[in-house]
Write a protein that binds this ligand. Structure first.
Ligand code: HEM
Length: 403
């Protein structure tokens, strides 16, 4: 068993991609090699990168050995501010600090609840496409479709009225802009907080079926949450569900533009193929590219390497979801693929809260867009597309199209 590898040789993380449609070459090389390998993050520390599908599942399911708490010593933080900014959030916690809050949120995100939103999601998608087709071309599908849809859908779930979504959309757009100045992001966060405080207060006076209403009228009233915690859970749901789904919608459109054969299969029978298409896109793109992260709290052997308590680990979903030990012809996009053990939504108790909702959004969005605009095509050369490969989520800066 190995206990250390050469720290000085550790490559900088996030790793760079050679090809926009494949995981970073080094991540693939590490996976083929089989053992966890050290990478160097912004603060000079060298956590382990886990790239094999089986090993990622091992780390993410062993909650007694690996902690998600960003305030634990040795956690491979994403910045010096992370422990302060995210330290109090339930999904960066373990055990009793995580599960009770997760249980409060779960009922609004079950497969059944998300599926029940399908007609509404189809209506919202239709409205966005109605607007799109009247816009001067080229149109940026990231801004006008991929980002807009998750915002209006999550506002529906939270109970923010349609006509008042402008602030939420503007603030969340700013919050996910990679190069927006810090002060502008802070201002956007404050605007979102004020906006949701207002809505939560209104739900207290005038209850309905929405998530914000349930949080304030059941859980704040029952003493499980403070009023501000309820508001911040609303903000968290917007933040977590916005950029992720938006990036996936954009990447999925690109994949279907590049591979007309796959698009034809989808459109030949969307009721049959949309669900497998979503799972395959989740596997193929694996757009959460620099997480999940954990810190070992007990010495644990993974892939023949002893990871010591206090050492950080970073799971690499793009490499794990192309692991040939699990997926045949992993580099190929095949929307009829039946092997669905991808871990694009994570694995274990922190597995994505909003996965069912995102699935319904993608199942509706891709067929609707290509059915309404059959001549959809890129308005720039493919090699001019700009991807962000250093951010938490992989995605396109913009997706200029015409028809
Ligand atoms: C395609 C879209 C999405 C992708 C790829 C995605 C991916 C992920 C992944 C990989 C994790 C696990 C993180 C970890 O283990 O450390 C996660 C957790 C989470 N996701 Fe998503 N997500 C998506 C959409 C959403 C949406 C729509 C919501 C809104 C409700 C959401 C809310 C959350 C929350 C709250 C967690 C933390 C859960 C916990 O710790 O119990 N996500 N997501």
């Amino acid at each position: 068993m190995t206990t250390t590898t050469d720290h000085t040789a550790a490559p900088d993380f996030p790793l760079r991609r050679g090809c926009p449609y494949a995981p970073p070459d080094l991540a693939t090389e590490f996976r083929e090699d089989g053992a966890p390998r050290r990478v160097r993050i912004w603060n000079g520390s060298t956590p382990w990168l886990i790239t094999r599908h089986e090993q990622v599942r091992q780390v993410l399911s062993a909650t007694d050995r690996f902690s998600a708490d960003v305030t634990n010593p040795g956690f491979p933080n994403t910045s010096s501010a992370q422990p302060q900014v995210e330290g109090g959030i339930f999904f960066r916690k373990d055990g009793d600090e995580h599960l009770p809050i997760r249980r409060i949120l779960n009922p609004d995100f079950t497969a059944k609840r998300s599926e029940a939103l399908r007609p509404r999601i189809a209506e919202l998608t239709g409205k966005l496409i109605d607007d799109l087709v009247t816009m001067p071309r080229p149109v940026d599908l990231i801004e006008h479709f991929a980002l807009a849809l998750p915002t209006v859908v999550i506002c529906d779930v939270l109970g923010v009225p349609y006509e008042e979504r402008h602030t939420v959309h503007e603030s969340s757009k700013k919050l996910v802009q990679l190069n927006a100045p810090h002060e502008e992001k802070l201002a956007a966060q404050q605007a979102l907080h004020a906006n949701l405080t207002d809505h939560t207060e209104r739900k207290r006076r005038d209850p309905d079926e929405s998530l914000l209403s349930r949080l304030v009228n059941v859980h704040v009233a029952g003493g499980d949450l403070t009023f501000d915690q309820a508001v911040r859970l609303g903000m968290l749901v917007i933040g977590a569900g916005h950029e992720t789904t938006a990036n996936m919608i954009g990447l999925g459109i690109l994949a279907l533009l590049r591979e007309p054969g796959q698009r034809d299969i989808l459109l030949s029978d969307p009721a049959r193929h949309a669900a497998t298409c979503v799972e395959e896109m989740m596997r193929y793109w694996s757009m959460v590219q620099t997480e999940p992260r954990r810190v070992a709290i007990q010495d644990t052997e993974i892939g023949g390497v002893l990871i010591r308590a206090g050492e950080g680990v970073i799971c690499n979903l793009p490499a794990a979801n192309r692991d040939p030990a699990v997926f045949a012809a992993p580099e190929q996009l095949d929307i009829t693929r039946v092997e669905r053990r991808h871990i694009g939504f994570g694995f274990g108790i922190h597995q994505c809260l909003g996965q069912n909702l995102s699935r319904v959004e993608m199942r509706v969005a891709w067929p609707a867009l290509f059915q309404r605009i059959p001549g959809l095509r890129l308005s720039v050369k493919e090699k001019e597309l700009r991807f962000h490969d250093q951010a938490l989520t992989y995605g396109l800066e913009d997706l200029p199209v015409t028809w």
